[in-house]
Design a protein around this ligand. Structure first.
Ligand code: HEC
Length: 108
């Protein structure tokens, strides 16, 4: 019986983890992909996330701040992209989900 409960908890936590991933991916596809490209490959408008050192090594907090607040003007890091990073109107949970998804893309 105890074993069964353990399995149930395991199945539940796997389900929660994968739903967080799906929602990060959904947010990315609907709100970030037009600039950052399919699977975060980058476009002429915005940098790639694949192999991106800031995404790989940055803290969740630092990455979340860029997503929530955007990056423009003197704060811009990439002079080769004319556009600014616009502040994303997302909830803290959505930002956390999308950061998790970006970390996965960066590691590829
Ligand atoms: C209108 C185009 C556009 C959209 C839409 C957009 N971004 Fe960006 N993003 C940019 C640009 C341009 C930069 C580079 C800013 C700079 O020069 O520092 C950037 C930078 C970033 C960075 C910092 C990358 C680095 O290497 O420092 C993160 C993280 C990021 N975007 C996440 C997101 C997420 C998540 C979304 C969707 C919720 C999103 N962006 C939507 C244009 C966009």
């Amino acid at each position: 019986m105890r074993r069964l409960i353990g399995l149930g908890v395991l199945a539940l936590s796997v389900a929660v983890a994968s739903s967080a991933l799906a929602s990060g991916e959904d947010i990315f596809k609907s709100k970030c992909l037009p600039c950052h490209g399919a699977a975060g490959a980058g476009t002429a408008m915005a940098p790639a996330f694949k192999g991106n050192a800031f995404i790989k090594t940055g803290s969740d907090d630092d990455i979340s701040k860029v997503i929530a607040g955007g990056r423009a003007g003197a704060a811009k890091k990439y002079k080769e992209f004319a556009l600014d990073m616009p502040p994303a109107p997302l909830t803290p949970q959505e930002i956390s989900d999308v950061v998790h998804y970006l970390k996965g893309l960066a590691a590829q």
